[in-house]
Design a binder for this molecule. Sequence first.
Ligand code: ZN
Length: 323
Amino acid sequence: MFTVGHERQKRFLQKAFLSGRIPSAFAFIGKEGIGKKLLALEFAKGLLCGKEPFGCGECKTCKQVDKFIKDLRGGEIETYAYYTSDEGGKKHLSYLIGEHPDLAVVIPDGNQIKIDQIRDIQDFVFLKPLGSSKVVVIDDAGKMNPQAQNALLKTLEEPPEGVLFILISTLKGELLPTILSRCQVLEFKALRGSQVEEILLRLKVTVPKALKEVLLAEGSLSALKLAQEEEISQLFTKLENVKNLTFAEIIDLAENFEGMETEVKETFLELLEKFLAKKTIKGEIPLETYERVERLIAETKRGLKRGVKGKLAMENILLTFKE
Ligand SMILES: [Zn+2]
């Protein structure tokens, strides 16, 4: 299977599968980028396949779901997006659905999961499945607004036969207690460093050493997508040997930074903070430098909000590192 780590949770799901007593809803709780959604999709595959807890990998169902999983991981969302129109004729994203008709994934439409999306899912689960079960994965379930959560609650209170909901969320507190009480809650821990390494190997991606350290320290791959952005990756490669940068190179880097989109700048600064913390803990950066750079980063962030481009700020940060 694709999911690395989380052995305890896998065993739990395996047992549920083998005993045939599958709850009508799970809540997978834990930090971002550790594989909760992937495990949910792999378990969904198993249920639809029916032969193995996480799928046999050979049958048509498994192949269909595998393709769906692979494409979703690659960020290919639009291909699978199913849209409907509300009463006013306004089009909205309902959910994602792959070739297999019994698995749907709900993601936020914009920055929320709205009640219309839950209503669409209610229609979806009441349609007869192709096989014996149906699975709905609600990603970022904490983004369901209160109306959406209350609508979902009604379905969870009277779950249709053979339907499994898997809610994915970073914090328990993002979900209504009444929703949680209807779910079998599985809590997930951050990944170990060796597991992060294994995932990077499997994904065949290379990230600059400095960024890899950030991912390892986080025990999560949530920053991976950003780490793969060309501009960020380049800056981090340079940071590896910040001490040897010439003044001209520093100006060059600061200019690169200035040219980035504000969002990319903010992400870069966040990654930089994590990198800094990691280096300081390891004793590779003096505490004093850490504090000074931290202050500069905080100032730069505030400046970005006011529309400051940040070239000068980045020069300062790099020079402080170099001292
Ligand atoms: Zn199969």
